[in-house]
Design a protein around this ligand. Structure first.
Ligand code: SF4
Ligand code: F3S
Length: 363
């Protein structure tokens, strides 16, 4: 692939018509969280800016983040990888292997020194000189330092990269750490946590850098604000049940079947920031809470060690006060509030449904 090509050049070369190109630009504008009045700027950048060269390394991990990325629906992963970026080296997606592949990595690092984006999936294993994670015959941590040295920007993709992930869970025998702990903050670096992250989030971050030459606005923890600005709890469709104190007590009780709040079953939605409730997976099909399981806080640092997954939050830390009283207080406020009328109707209907399916009264 000619690295000087732009997205528009690629479309011309592949006989992709102008309408399809513009549709891709609109989809990218949306996924980057930009207003529609930015579409013309996205089109101009896609016509003018060369495709960004991306080197994608895999460290100590399970490749689940890549599996997630491969299922990006809007835009399709194939559009991103084949038309929107110049993915020059990827342990999972490249066809090449062996010595020629490693030689290509070094060519690209030299040719595009200071210009390529480094995406990293997985933690860095540091114990015993990094021998627990090897790539191309070298410890991954060594390769990571080499490639990071001349990167223009670094993306930590997934919770293993952002905080060590399950490899770093106690007792962490491989000495796994986040990518930032190895490369420091000398380069622009962005955290995209999640186990795995939502694929469109990665696409949005890569394309923002590709089109505007800089990382998207970040929050105080270094995460892109447009994707990590809300708690799962803030966008949860089960929230009316939380607010009215209607909780599933077991995974097989009538409340669970009726879709009540999963807080008492350990849901971490109130302390977890991510876009799961908005974007969901597989083209908006579902996400953990919609599938009947509480959020386990997979985009929080060190979530494996935080606490047992199925314990409700207040049992191991202060959060929202006494959740058993939330229902009574909130229900009083709700009855008084016009806005909440719809939510009350929904939960009352659900309560009736739950009582019906269980054949008894559900409190
Ligand atoms: Fe949704 Fe969990 Fe919040 Fe309940 S506690 S409303 S299930 S995010
Ligand atoms: Fe992870 Fe919670 Fe979303 S477990 S996938 S952050 S709902």
């Amino acid at each position: 692939m000619d690295k000087k090509e732009t997205m528009w050049d690629v479309c011309l070369r592949k006989n992709i018509n102008r309408r399809s190109f513009l549709k891709s630009c609109v989809a990218l504008t949306s996924i980057m969280g930009l207003n529609t009045d930015m579409v013309s700027k996205v089109v101009a950048a896609a016509e003018k800016n060369p495709l960004p060269v991306v080197i994608w390394l895999h460290g100590h991990e399970c490749t689940g983040c890549d599996e997630s990325f491969l299922r990006s629906g809007t835009p399709l992963t194939s559009d991103v990888v084949l038309n929107s970026i110049a993915l020059e080296y990827s342990h999972a997606l490249s066809a090449g292997a062996g010595e020629p592949f490693e030689a290509h990595l070094h060519d690209i690092m030299q040719q595009y020194a200071g210009k390529y984006i480094l995406a990293v999936e997985g933690a860095a294993a540091t114990a015993e000189n990094g021998i627990y994670c090897m790539t191309g015959g070298k410890p991954f941590v060594t390769v990571l330092k080499e490639v990071a040295k001349n990167a223009a920007a670094i993306i930590e993709y997934g919770s293993c990269a952002t905080s060590g992930g399950i490899q770093a869970a106690k007792p962490n025998p491989t000495g796994s750490v986040s990518i930032r702990e190895i490369v420091g903050n000398s380069k622009p670096i962005v955290k995209v946590p999640g186990c795995p992250p939502i694929p469109e989030v990665m696409t949005g971050v890569v394309m923002h850098y590709a089109l505007f030459g800089k990382l998207p606005p970040l929050d105080s923890e270094g995460r892109p604000k447009q994707f990590y600005g809300n708690r799962i709890h803030d966008t949860c469709y089960r929230r009316p049940f939380f607010d009215t104190g209607m909780f599933a007590e077991n995974f097989d009780d009538a409340g669970a079947k009726a879709g009540w709040c999963l807080y008492k079953l350990g849901c971490r939605g109130p302390v977890t920031y991510n876009s799961c409730g908005n974007l969901r997976w597989w083209n908006g099909l579902s996400y953990p809470i919609q599938s009947g399981h509480g959020c386990i806080g997979c985009s929080n640092d060190h979530f494996w060690d935080e606490a047992p997954f199925y314990k409700r939050l207040p049992e191991y830390g202060p959060l929202l006060g006494d959740v058993d009283k939330i229902g009574a207080v909130a229900a009083g406020l709700t009855v008084a509030g016009v806005v909440a009328h719809g939510a009350m109707s929904a939960v009352q209907k659900s309560k009736r449904d739950a009582q019906k399916s269980d054949g008894k009264k559900v409190e």
